[in-house]
Ligand binder design. Structure first.
Ligand code: BG6
Length: 498
């Protein structure tokens, strides 16, 4: 955990943090613990109030007790700090479809502002099922809670988590519902991948060094492979996942962000809109997928029964909450191209799946072969191309593989590795992803959040693919079954050419 000194001189203004959905899983497992950690490390502004909201009427004391229990479960309760933290916890009942209830919340917040001097600054964090984002944004807006800088009001921010819609049409609808009451600069669409240190480091690596950028293009790079594969299955989220599948769950958000970080042009400044402007150009340059030739560029899979060591694992279709005979893919490998000068013709592989052998998140850049084999007469082995790995999990590192002469009289080649471990130079503790995004919401920095034009561009690219996959006659035949806990699919190896 980072101490307040490490956060720099970020000016944090007093504010009220409102959590519709405060009795749910997300609030209790992630949000409230993250807020408590920030509090313990003196990283929250003063005054800072947390208002839990939910459909049920709960006395304030009971909400405080529930929060205490969540912190205890997370193993982070510090009894010495709890007393003061609990004083900042309040609870207000909120009916998610009732405009009157929104107005009652607005009156309550105003009264707290007066008493606690929170200056009318508010963050509304929707810890709710996505179907409620629109309605709740609506009742908040109708109660005037999206207004800013009016008499007695400070700033107002709305935080939503993915999924931002189910496809292009529903994403646009959701945006209309939200934007009817909140302006773009007030909306914080979270992608927790952007809060990962090593993901942020991609831009530093590319643009704070002079040596990599000149070779970061089609002349020197042969292919890019962005991978986020997991050991876990769908866990307790089958209800959501079986409707979504891997493309909506991982590609529409995290994979697209990784792709943009690796391929975007240098922005003129390291500033939120300048960075997001460059990302959107990447999304708009994605070559439309030939949906009549899906199989050439896309492998889909679903896990069947398997093992993790000796432990048997159920098939996806046997997971509680999954529809019998479900054709939802839990694995996808997609080959995409970016139609611009820098990347023309370079295949970019995006791969993500559940219940594979190991969890691994990394970006592999494979450079082109040397242009001329001058060693041909000396030895006949092939020369492996240089490879650069930007490791995100489990190793947070940057690794460059290159060829050297093997020591000895005979001329032989040997691969060597330069390996930079991301944390080796620094003893500084790292801010957890949720803590980082919460601080950014408080400072109003949108760099690590999706802008709506990016959401729209990515859905525009993926929706035709999803439609084609979900309606094609050979849907079932397209789904490669793979054993849970097993290695990469054979079909994927063929597409990758490995
Ligand atoms: C989430 C997906 O957004 O990301 C999950 O909904 C997935 O299905 C998770 O497991 C992966 O995140 P991480 O940080 O563990 O790679």
């Amino acid at each position: 955990m980072e101490s307040i000194e490490c956060l720099g001189n970020i000016p944090l203004e007093p504010c009220v943090f409102v959590i519709p959905g405060a009795t749910g899983d997300l609030a209790n497992r992630k949000l409230l613990p993250a807020l408590f950690n920030l509090f313990k490390n003196k990283a929250l502004p003063e005054p800072f109030l947390i208002i839990g909201c939910g459909r049920t009427r709960i006395p304030r004391k009971a909400f405080q007790e529930r929060t205490r229990a969540s912190l205890e479960r997370a193993g982070i309760l510090d009894p010495g700090k709890w007393g003061v933290f609990s004083n900042s916890l309040f609870y207000k009942q909120l009916s998610y479809h009732d405009a009157q209830s929104g107005k009652a919340l607005a009156r309550y917040l105003k009264s707290l502002d007066r008493k606690e001097k929170t200056r009318g600054n508010r963050i509304f964090y929707l810890a709710l099922p996505p179907a409620l984002y629109g309605p709740v944004a609506g009742i908040l807006g109708k109660a005037g809670l999206g207004l800013e800088k009016k008499e007695g009001w400070g700033w107002s921010r709305l935080v939503v988590e993915k999924p931002f819609g189910y496809d292009l049409e529903s994403a646009l609808r959701l945006d209309r519902e939200i934007r009817g009451h909140f302006e773009e600069h007030q909306v914080f669409r979270i992608d927790h991948y952007l809060a990962k240190e090593t993901v942020q480091n991609i831009l530093t690596f590319r643009f704070a060094n002079a040596v990599f950028e000149p070779i970061w293009n089609r002349r020197y790079i042969d292919s890019i492979h962005i991978m986020a594969v997991e050991r876990l299955g769908v866990e307790h989220r089958a209800g959501y996942y079986d409707q979504a599948g891997v493309i909506r769950d991982m590609f529409q958000n995290h994979m697209m962000q990784l792709l943009a970080m690796v391929t975007m042009e240098p922005p003129p400044q390291f500033e939120s809109d300048a960075v997001r402007d460059e990302k959107i150009k990447v999304f708009r340059s994605l070559r439309p997928f030939p949906v009549d030739a899906l199989k050439a560029l896309l492998v889909l899979g679903q896990y069947t029964r398997g093992f993790s060591g000796q432990t048997p694992l159920p098939a996806y279709r046997e997971e509680p909450g999954v529809r019998p005979g479900s054709l939802t893919p839990t694995y996808a490998l997609m080959k995409v191209f970016i139609d611009n000068w820098r990347w023309q013709g370079v295949p970019i592989f995006l791969e993500s799946g559940k219940r594979l052998k190991k969890k691994r998140t990394e970006i592999l850049i494979t450079f082109k072969d040397v242009p001329h084999l001058m060693f041909q007469k000396t030895f006949d082995e092939a020369i492996s191309p240089n490879r650069l790995v930007l490791g995100i999990y489990p190793e947070e590192h940057i690794q460059l593989t290159f060829q050297t002469k093997s020591p000895g009289v005979k001329m032989c080649l040997k691969s060597a590795v330069l390996d930079f471990k991301y944390h080796q130079e620094s003893a500084a503790p790292v801010l957890e992803a949720y803590e980082k995004v919460l601080i950014d919401c408080m400072t109003g920095d949108q760099m690590l959040f999706w802008r709506q034009d990016g959401v729209k561009a990515c859905w525009s690219f993926l929706t035709p693919i999803l439609n084609a996959c979900e309606t094609c006659a050979f849907r079932e035949a397209m789904l490669h079954l793979y054993p849970a806990g097993g290695p990469r699919l054979h079909a994927a190896r063929i597409l990758l050419g490995s």
